[in-house]
Every structure is written in C-alpha cells, then in structure tokens.
Design a protein around this ligand. Structure first.
Ligand code: NAP
Ligand code: 8YV
Length: 320
C-alpha cells in the first residue's frame, strides 16, 4: 500500500471533512455523479471511499475498484451501500451510529409537535394578518398523554420512546424481535397502528422494510392518527400515504424523508395537515461535525490498524 492511501470522497463537498481527510490521505473528490463516473472510467488505485451523502455503492462500483478495502459512510443508515457484497469481497463498511441519536430524536419531536399543534398554519395565520380579521386560531391537539407506536426500537427509537415518556405517552413498538424493555411489543403492525394516536417510523431502509407502512397500516392509524417518518422514504408507500391523506382516512403526517429525494409529491406540498422537511434529521452543525469526525476517525483507524471503529453489522466479523 502507498504511504498515503487514496480516498475517494463521494458527494457534495464538506470542506471540513475534506480538510481532515487530507491530513492522512490523498483525497480525490467526486462531488456529483458525473465526476464519480469520470473517475471510475479510469480510476487510480483507490483503497478507501468516504461518502459525504447517501450514495449508491454496489458490486458494479466495486468491480471498478479492485484495490478498495474500506468504505466510511456519513450516516448511520447505509441502505445505499451493498454491505453484504462488500463483506464478501473483503471490503469493510463503517457508519456513524449514536453520535446523531439526540438530534434525530429532537427532529422527531419537533415534527410531531409541529403537526399536532399546527405550527405552520398557525404561524401563517399570525403572519398574514388573519388573526386581526378572523380572530383566534382554532384549538389544536396536545401531544401529551398519547399512545405512541414506534416502528423500529433501536438506538434512535429508544431515544424517542424515552422522550415521549416525558410527555406521559404509552409506548407500543413494532420490531422483528422483542427487546428487553418495559414497552409493549406488537408483532402485528396493523393492530399497533389501530391502537396508536401517532405512529413514528425509525427503522433502517432497504428491501426488508420497503413499504412496511402501507394502506392497511395507514387506514388502521385512522382519521385522527398522525404518521411521522424520520427513517427512509422507502419504508412508507408514498402513493398510499397521499391517497390516505387526500381522502381523510389518515389525519396528518410529518415527513423528513421521501421515496425519491429530493423530489416530493406535489400533492403533499399543498396539504395543511402535513409538515415537510428536506431530510434534516441530523442536520445541526454540531451533529454533522460529529458525524464527519467519525467518518474520518474510521478511516484513520483503518489506515493505522486495519480495523474500523464502528463497522456495520454485516462487516463485524471481517473487522475482527
Ligand atoms: P438501529 O439501532 O439499527 O435500529 C433499527 C431498529 O429497526 C431495530 O429496533 C430493529 O429491530 C428495527 N427493524 C429493522 N428491520 C425491521 C423490519 N423489517 N421490521 C421492523 N423493524 C425493523 O438503527 P438506528 O441507529 O436507530 O437508526 C435507524 C434508522 O434511522 C437508520 O437506519 C436510518 O435509516 C434512519 N435515520 C434517519 C435520519 C434522518 O436524517 N431522517 C437520521 C439518522 C437515521 P429488529 O432487528 O428486531 O427488527
Ligand atoms: C444523514 C441519515 O443526513 O444517518 C442517517 O442515516 O439519514 C442522516 O443522518 C444522511 O445519512 C446523510 O447522508
């Protein structure tokens, strides 16, 4: 291996991470798909990839990079990376768990509160002068003392449950395997949705969760129910969601993620009972810096010791 390994940084630039990477690596930056393809057409000996945003990395990319040994993903979710194929080829994949938990929990509560207390329409009411002409804004629904169904009770889901408990919530959860917690495990997602005032989705993306939240689940959540999705757009059947909201079969929704980001269905943009965010669950300066630091630390650790600090589960064995 060369004295300074070559790292390909893929995704829109973050000068801070690029600067840190340059301390220990030769850095090639591909800020967009076009420049990535140009590099892959005639690649130098690249040993490492740092993703600066979610980026599809699969066997087709690995084929072009025979010297690739490690991928350090910016984000805890790594559904864009074929980690099984990477592990088969001896390529380590690392991600950024835990450092973003609190921020995503805050974003979830912010979305739920904004939807339930109608932050956006009532702010518009004040700003537009409607308060002067029509009087007080109608009353809204409290988030206190609700039944909260959490789909996915991992690092972030547990943080959401803990925070919701402070609001007097009763917590139900749906996962494939029951957890050692005081909350109620619900193997049947439709039944859980029927019992919940709000359904909060925080599973990984990928094939196993695709359209887990479908029309029957949304119908069960019902006309007074709220859906919050901070997981991945693919976990919710977006067409079914739009239809449920349009027909009043579902009450309201708060969405940070979408099936075809950055595209958002036009129908959602016109609905007053929907709050839309542009995938900013972890997007504070502090948390994004912590994630960037971990991306770099994983690569530095690999360069020095041949292991990463936070491997994805598929690569734990390979990491030793
Ligand atoms: P985690 O600790 O791995 O937890 C994942 C949870 O989902 C586990 O409880 C798991 O339990 C459950 N799960 C997995 N597959 C499932 C399935 N098919 N059906 C039902 N439950 C399933 O992950 P985390 O750190 O909490 O992160 C969760 C996800 O949040 C990430 O993968 C990412 O997609 C998303 N995220 C979004 C943002 C954002 O900006 N909006 C930020 C960070 C993370 P079982 O294995 O027992 O099923
Ligand atoms: C990031 C996320 O914004 O960690 C994740 O899984 O979705 C977010 O924290 C995203 O990964 C940036 O690529």
């Amino acid at each position: 291996m060369a004295e300074r390994p070559v790292v390909l940084a893929v995704g829109p630039g973050d000068d801070r991470i690029l600067g840190k990477l340059a301390e220990g690596f030769e850095v090639l930056h591909a800020p967009d798909r076009g420049s990535m393809e140009a590099i892959l057409a005639d690649p130098p000996d690249i040993q490492a990839i740092a993703t600066l945003w979610q980026w599809r990395l699969d066997g087709a990319v690995f084929d072009k990079l025979p010297g690739l040994k490690v991928i350090s993903n910016f984000g805890v979710g790594y559904d864009a990376i074929d980690a099984v194929e990477a592990a088969k080829r001896g390529i380590l994949v690392a991600h950024t768990p835990d450092v973003l938990n609190d921020e995503v929990v805050d974003t979830t509560l912010m979305l739920w509160m904004a939807v339930s207390r109608e932050l956006i329409p009532s702010e518009r009411w004040a700003r537009s002068g409607t308060w002067e002409t029509k009087g007080a804004y109608p009353l809204t629904r409290s988030i206190r003392n609700r039944t909260v169904g959490i789909v996915g009770l991992g690092r972030i889901g547990l943080g959401i449950a803990e925070m919701a408990m402070r609001y007097g919530s009763t917590i139900l959860y749906h996962t494939r395997t029951p957890k050692d917690v005081e909350y109620t495990h619900c193997p049947d997602l439709v039944e859980m949705a029927a019992s919940s005032d709000v359904l909060i989705v925080i599973t990984p993306g990928g094939a196993s969760t695709r359209h887990l939240i479908n029309a029957p689940v949304l119908n069960a959540l019902g006309p007074d129910g709220i859906l919050i999705n901070v997981a991945r757009g693919t976990v919710v059947d977006e067409a079914a969601l739009v239809a449920a909201l349009e027909t009043g079969r579902l009450g309201a929704a708060g969405l940070d993620v979408f099936e075809d980001e950055p595209k958002i269905p036009d129908a959602l943009k016109t609905m007053d009972n929907v709050v839309l965010l542009p995938h900013v669950g972890s997007a504070s300066v502090e948390t994004r810096q912590a994630m960037g630091d971990l991306v770099c630390e994983n690569l530095t650790h690999w360069a020095e010791q041949g292991r990463v600090l936070t491997p994805v589960p598929e690569c734990k064995e390979l990491n030793g």
